[in-house]
Write a new protein. Structure first.
Lengths: 229, 238
């Protein structure tokens, strides 16, 4: 594999991981709110969050392009105030991947929260734990399996993202080229030879992600059983 | 009787044409349909993508590329009807900037200036418009200075859109593209070399060979030339 291909593989793994982490601070509270609280507009928020899962990725990419472009609401503001650009940069890749993977994470984490017996949390409260303490010591550990599964799914989704990314980040070698974009490009140019190593790398990455997720789940299962009793 | 005869011989012709030809070829095809009774289906993309489709056996009758090199590739593989290839029109490259930005750009060498952070091109590794642009910049000894600013895009229209939306500070596209978008302003026209040539050829495995011949011949008619000229293309004398 050439140095260029390594760079693409490394960038893809790195940016997919980063986008998965970037989802957490938004996705976890939202999943919890959706699972445990009833509030006005809940269904609307739920639907909005799910949209990237069902919209054509290119359409999501177009929405992001309109928002993040230099004349867009978010992109224009960031450009004026911080001199930041999103479109055609790694930031656009990060955002596109995070948006596309967000619904998978939230849906999985939500189910994990829903499966926890509320009485366990109530008992902890009666024993003097603060709400934050209950969340950190009871809710989060009990939901950890589902959260990990959600992160694995999100990472895997990010690895394979294509439509939204090419729309908003372009396919700039050394800067925004991910494995999927590079494979597409090499086939377009009639250079399938360049695509095979990338294909192999994406299989390895996806395998590693799913395998790691499965292993983590298996290891943590007994501890949860104990905690659940 | 004449009408019936024409109806029986009406063909379904598929034409693959470079993205930069979109509006011109569409108008040419509409006029051709009215005069011949044939039906024309149009397929636009970067010339490299279209060539790949033909290599993969796509049912295309006529191919108009934005460069000779892409056509050479197909000819070398025996995918074109021998003797059907000829130069159709020519074009010029221009430097464009977003119309609403007050950039003091006059010459190609200004592309190296610090205020120009991103330059949109069709991908120079594959798409003709990008290859022409790179060749121009290399000849002007500017390529090394601007290399890191290049945003390579899938075809020349994507480069036009990137400048039009303000997401790129400048771009190199065809004069004919720039004329279609009011959101961009032309800084200067770039003289050849490289000379830009759009060749046309009939695909060897054309499903509708007779129709392909009629359409290819009609592309050289005065009516067709007039349409190409209207969109800013330069006619090539046969």
């Amino acid at each position: 594999m050439t140095a260029e291909s390594w760079q693409i593989v490394w960038f893809t793994a790195w940016i997919s991981g980063l986008s998965t982490l970037a989802i957490l601070p938004f996705g976890l509270p939202l999943a919890w709110l959706l699972a445990r609280r009833d509030w006005r507009g809940k269904t609307l928020v739920e639907t909005l969050v799910t949209l990237p899962l069902v919209l054509p990725p290119i359409a999501t990419g177009l929405i992001l392009l309109e928002l993040l472009g230099r004349r867009g609401a978010v992109g224009g503001w960031a450009h004026r105030n911080f001199g930041w650009d999103f479109v055609f940069t790694w930031r656009a890749v990060l955002i596109a991947l995070a948006v596309m993977a967000f619904p998978l994470f939230v849906r999985t984490a939500r189910v994990a929260f829903e499966e926890i017996d509320p009485r366990l949390e109530q008992i902890a409260r009666t024993l003097g734990a603060t709400p934050a303490g209950v969340f950190l010591t009871i809710t989060l550990p009990l939901a950890a399996r589902g959260i990990l599964a959600g992160m694995t799914l999100a990472f895997a989704r990010a690895l394979g993202e294509f439509g939204a990314t090419i729309m908003v980040a372009g396919n700039i070698p050394g800067r925004t080229s991910t494995i999927s974009l590079a494979i597409f490009q090499s086939v377009q140019m009639g250079e399938e030879d360049r695509a095979w190593p990338l294909l192999a790398a994406s299989v390895v990455l996806a395998f590693a992600a799913v395998f790691t997720g499965e292993t983590l789940l298996r290891r943590s299962r007994p501890r949860f059983r104990k905690a659940a009793r | 009787m004449l009408l019936v005869g024409r109806f029986l011989s009406a063909a379904e012709i598929t034409v693959s044409a470079a993205a930069s030809l979109q509006e011109a070829i569409a108008e040419v095809a509409r006029k051709f349909e009215r005069e011949s009774g044939d039906r024309v289906t149009l397929n636009f993309a970067g010339s490299n993508v279209l060539a790949r489709q033909i290599e993969a056996g796509a049912p295309v009758d006529v191919f108009v590329s934005a460069d000779e090199e892409t056509m050479d590739g197909l000819a070398a593989k025996g995918l074109l009807v021998a003797g059907s290839r000829r130069a159709l029109v020519s074009n010029r490259l221009v430097i464009i900037i977003p119309a609403d930005r007050k950039l003091n750009l006059l010459w190609p060498r200004d592309l190296a200036a610090g205020v120009i952070e991103r330059i949109a091109l069709a991908d120079p590794r594959a798409v003709p418009a990008g290859r022409y642009a790179k060749e121009f910049l290399a000849r002007a000894e500017l390529w090394n200075a601007v290399q890191d600013k290049i945003i390579p895009l899938g075809n020349v229209r994507a480069a036009l859109a990137a400048v039009g939306s303000g997401n790129a500070d400048a771009g190199l596209v065809y004069r004919t593209d720039a004329a279609l978008d009011r959101r961009v302003r032309v800084v200067c026209e770039l003289p050849p070399p490289p000379a830009i040539s759009y060749p046309v050829a009939i695909v060897a495995e054309a499903p509708s060979l007779d129709g392909a011949r009629r359409f290819a011949a009609w592309l050289g008619s005065d009516a067709a030339r007039q349409i190409f000229r209207k969109f800013g293309f330069v006619s090539v004398q046969p």
